[in-house]
Ligand binder design. Structure first.
Ligand SMILES: [Zn+2]
Length: 308
């Protein structure tokens, strides 16, 4: 048994423009870290393009068609001030979503214990009818809905430790008791959602953390709020929105986590998956904007998955 690594060169070609924090260099840094000898046992697979039917479980078809039609032949096309398309953005978005779909299929089929999707653009801000916040398609939601619709899993959980709240995932999950979404995030911060009072149909757990909160507050929130709720929910599969921008070196936010916190939370979620989901776990990259912190954090995260 093994850990799968899904990625694709097209994910390096999505270019939101010069000086944009969500740069191709992010993924290059993660992949360089995962080239170290200790990651040789990873089974590397090319991310396929997601099918429209898979994307359409998380988004309206009209939105998907409009987004793909807006991809420019040359230059850039802006969706909003933060979210910009370049000629390769359509393929990158399809492969980022397709990575999570393929990882879900492989893990459910028992081809591996777990998987990490090293992809961009990220996904957790993308709402059912709107791309925003560097995100085009909601990769993790597309994967979770695939697990439920195609593999018949009764309960699927997404845990999101990106420093920003995953408003898109919450929006898609909030009225569906077979789905669960939990997030730790800085508040106040973009996108402004994610207060503890947003609980969906009892399937949403938000743990907002004040600026400058660090390991103690993060671990306490996960231990007291999220892990007990996961035990009650009993997920048949665990997906992770793995953003590493709560790291103390990240330039976009003011939380104070370090690599040891990412190792810790990964091990806790592996334990949840082992207890309820036969170990089935799929993680996908979201944010993380300090290249060195991102690379080191992704490395300990994937290292913990490999040790599961
Ligand atoms: Zn983020």
């Amino acid at each position: 048994m093994t850990t799968l690594l899904y990625t694709h060169p097209a994910c390096l070609e999505h270019d939101p423009g010069p000086h944009h924090p969500e740069s191709p260099e992010r993924l290059r840094a993660v992949l360089a870290a995962l080239d170290a000898p200790e990651f040789a046992p990873l089974e590397r697979r090319e991310a396929p393009e997601a099918a429209l039917d898979d994307i359409a479980r998380a988004h309206s078809r009209g939105f998907v068609e409009r987004l793909l039609a807006a991809v420019p032949v040359a230059g850039h096309a802006s969706i909003d001030a933060d979210t910009v398309l370049s000629p390769q953005s359509g393929e990158a978005a399809l492969r980022a979503a397709g990575a999570v779909v393929a990882a879900v299929d492989a893990v459910v089929a028992g081809q591996a214990d777990n998987a990490f999707c090293a992809v961009r653009p990220p996904g957790h801000h993308a709402e059912p009818g709107r791309a925003m916040g560097f995100c085009l398609f909601n990769n993790v939601a597309i994967g979770a809905l695939r697990a439920r619709a195609v593999h018949g899993l009764a309960r699927v959980a997404v845990i999101d430790f990106d420093v920003h709240h995953g408003n898109g995932t919450q929006a898609r999950f909030a009225d569906d008791p077979s789905l669960f979404y939990a997030s730790t995030h800085q508040s106040p911060l973009y996108p402004g959602t994610g207060s503890a009072s947003e609980t969906g149909v009892g399937n949403i757990v938000n743990v907002p953390l004040p600026p400058m909160a660090g390991s103690a507050e993060f671990r306490q929130g996960v231990s007291r709020e999220i892990l007990p709720a996961l035990d009650r929910f009993r997920p048949e599969m665990v997906l992770i929105s793995a953003g590493f921008d709560a790291h103390k070196r990240d330039p976009l936010a003011q939380l104070m986590l370090d690599e040891s916190d990412y190792a810790w939370v990964t091990e806790e979620l592996i334990e949840i998956a082992r207890r309820h989901a036969r170990g089935r776990l799929v993680s996908t990259l979201e944010g993380g904007y300090d290249l060195a912190a991102l690379a080191a954090s992704a490395a300990v995260h994937v290292g913990a998955l490999m040790a599961a």
